[in-house]
Design a protein around this ligand. Structure first.
Ligand code: SF4
Length: 523
């Protein structure tokens, strides 16, 4: 063997050793019954053509790499943002294992979430018994102050009634009558992770405020509510708090998992840490107003906050890039009467300076991107501000109104004239576009690495490098700590984009004696 206990190699480069190469070749010949290499190459080439793209876009009954996740996954993230809260998923254990691993791999943190493990009998007779035991055990074992319940497809397909089950659990004494168990139905066969976040938030807000509105007076606590939506950049929670603190605004983030998803390694395991308290959510209707940081994904929340809390909920976009951060801060100032601080004005100036410095490199660069509706819109808007040209913007789960709004933003900019907006499409569609439209870069989550691999397999000149911004990011470390919102977020995004452009230019111009006339020290 080519390794022993003193010389242990990881799979790469181990499998490049001769003995593994011949073993793998033997396995391929004897057992895999593969098509001949020429045939595989021929089909691969065909999948990169316009002809294939046309067929691919006519596909109706199949989704390949959907560029979205399950509703309950979003519900779990929302619940994690509340103090001493245990996310509880009524349904299959396998689904919940997937949610936990998704977050583990992205945040590199343990993520607490329980399931009541419905199996065949529950699928036939209903899952009430699972919920009786599950709520009682979760409370006894993990001692949360609140259990926030969502559902997987199995519970939804058989029509389990969470309201009745939770009430019956309380009536039968499995959990005390007054113990908080907000809930949301989160069927994954509609919507996505962002819908699940929205549903869970509305469920929590409803639980704590629906029947206690008599003594609430809008503006009486002199605070401003901020609802983040499905937000996986921890820096975004921090930057929003910092900007508002800078302005002397008393703001409360309603759902803030930035502590529990970033606990220090100091020898103490924290199942719960930080988060919005029950008192804060109960008091939320007394705020001046509620700002939704990702409005396209928070429709149910918006309706509830407007109808029940009687908040205006200003019409704003995600505060990404220059103009939309300006609009956000000006609206905060207008609502609270607090001026925009000198420090923030200076920070804005620095961003403008950076944009000017990098303009030469960003101007005319072509980017394709995919992700959630608000992120994709904010990212596109910032690209346009930088003079870059989006080629394709793909969002799996966005509605017609979003598409129209996105197209209006593009139409308004000279750099958005050749952009196509795709909704209801998946990453296999996106792969086709990378071959036929050949942007300079793609922006998206880790799944794009396989598309990059495919493009470079066709030939180096066809390669579309991936810039990792989005969720999930499994294959790079610590990016979830970054910031994408506010001026600070714009600075970080710009730094990432322009340095990817320069890295690529270096790569293309380091040919000794051929292209290195442009392999410059100073860019
Ligand atoms: S789609 Fe439904 S069944 Fe599948 S993992 Fe998501 S919640 Fe579970």
């Amino acid at each position: 063997m080519s390794q022993d206990v003193n010389n242990i190699k990881p799979s790469y480069p181990l499998f490049r050793d001769d003995e593994y190469k011949s073993n793998l070749a033997r396995k391929l010949d004897s057992f895999e019954e593969r098509h001949p290499k020429e045939k595989i190459d021929e089909v691969f080439e065909w999948t990169t053509t316009e002809e294939y793209q046309k067929l691919n876009f006519e596909r109706e009954a199949l989704t390949v790499n959907p560029a979205k996740a399950c509703q309950p996954l979003g519900a779990v993230l929302c619940a994690l943002g509340f103090s001493k809260t245990m996310p509880y998923v009524h349904g299959s254990q396998g689904c919940v294992a997937y949610f936990r691993t998704y977050f583990n791999r992205h945040f590199k943190e343990p993520v607490s979430c329980v399931s009541d493990s419905m199996t065949e009998d529950a699928a036939v007779f209903g899952g009430q018994k699972n919920m009786f035991d599950g709520l009682e055990n979760a409370k006894a074992l993990y001692k949360p102050d609140m259990i926030a319940v969502s559902t997987t497809c199995m519970a939804e397909v058989i029509g389990d009634d969470l309201n009745a089950f939770i009430n019956n659990s309380k009536k039968e004494g499995h959990v005390p009558q007054e113990y908080p168990v907000p809930f949301a139905h989160t069927p994954s066969f509609v919507g996505s992770h962002v819908t699940g976040w929205d549903n869970m938030f509305e469920g929590i807000a409803r639980y704590f405020t629906l029947n206690t509105m008599e003594d609430k007076v809008v503006g009486s606590n002199k605070k401003l509510n901020l609802v983040p939506g499905f937000e996986t950049y921890l820096g975004n929670y921090r930057v929003v708090k910092r900007m508002l603190a800078d302005m002397g605004v008393d703001a409360q983030l309603l759902s803030d998992p930035s502590e529990v998803l970033d606990t220090p390694a100091d020898g103490q395991f924290r199942m719960y840490s930080g988060g919005t308290t029950m008192d804060e959510i109960k008091d939320a209707p007394n705020a001046f107003d509620t700002i939704l940081l990702q409005p396209w994904q928070l429709e149910k929340t918006k309706k509830y906050v407007q109808n029940t809390w009687k908040h205006e909920v200003p019409k704003l976009n995600i505060p990404m890039g220059l103009e939309w951060t300006d609009e956000f801060l000006m609206k905060v100032s207008e609502i609270t009467g607090q001026p925009i601080s000198e420090e923030l004005a200076k920070e804005r100036g620095r961003l403008v300076d950076m944009m000017t410095d990098s303009h030469t490199w960003m101007h005319g660069k072509r980017f394709a991107l995919y992700g959630d509706a608000d992120f994709a819109m904010g990212m596109t808007k910032f690209l346009l501000e930088l003079g870059a040209e989006p080629t394709d913007v793909l969002v799996n789960h966005a509605n017609k109104r979003w598409k129209k709004a996105m197209e209006a933003i593009l139409a308004d900019s000279p750099y958005g004239q050749n952009t196509t907006v795709h909704t209801g499409k998946d990453l296999w569609h996106f792969r086709s576009l990378m071959f036929t439209n050949k942007p300079d870069f793609m922006i998206g989550n880790s799944y794009g690495k396989f598309i990059q691999r495919d493009t470079v397999t066709k030939g180096k000149q066809f390669e579309v490098p991936l810039i990792r911004i989005g969720f999930p990011i499994f294959d790079r470390h610590h990016l979830h700590r970054s910031t994408t919102l506010g001026y600070e977020g714009a600075m970080q995004i710009l730094t990432t984009l322009v340095n990817n452009v320069l890295e690529r230019l270096d790569e293309e111009t380091r040919g000794m004696g051929t292209t290195d006339y442009n392999y410059d020290l100073i860019r």
